[in-house]
Design a protein around this ligand. Structure first.
Ligand SMILES: [Zn+2]
Ligand SMILES: [Zn+2]
Length: 134
């Protein structure tokens, strides 16, 4: 029998890699980054990402087609992603009012969402305060 504690799965590798990056990564970036660790097929990466997304450890940033590590538990509430178009940093926020709005809309219309995404594009506070050099 294998020892349970020491077995590193591809999902673990993908998660560790994402965590070590400060930007969301595309599946291709992840594949390139993990090639030396024995991850050589994009299907492996996609399968790992699917698994991690399912358990809520990573999120897909739909508008970037990239993945980022979840900031932590948000009890199934919809996270809001603020995406800086200048430096590419993505910040995850959880907004209770927004979650309530969706719940309210669902109640009024009878529509039952199982997945919602809110991605804000713009400039992060660092980029909007720095003076453009041109
Ligand atoms: Zn999250
Ligand atoms: Zn920025």
């Amino acid at each position: 029998m294998e020892k349970r504690s020491k077995r590193v799965t591809h999902a673990d590798r993908v998660f560790d890699y994402l965590q070590s990056q400060d930007r969301p990564m595309s599946a291709y970036d992840i594949l390139e980054g993990l090639r030396d660790d024995g991850v050589t097929a994009s299907t492996t990466v996609y399968r790992a990402l699917e698994k991690l997304t399912e358990v809520g450890k990573v999120h897909r940033i739909e508008s970037l087609n990239a993945w980022t590590v979840c900031c932590g538990g948000h009890d199934g509430k919809t996270p809001v992603f603020a995406i800086c178009d200048d430096c590419g940093i993505v910040t995850e926020h959880v907004d209770d009012d927004f979650a309530d709005s969706i719940a309210g809309l669902s109640q009024r219309t009878g529509f039952a969402p199982n997945h919602s995404v809110l991605e804000l594009h713009g400039r992060c506070s660092d980029c909007s305060t720095s003076v453009p050099s041109h």
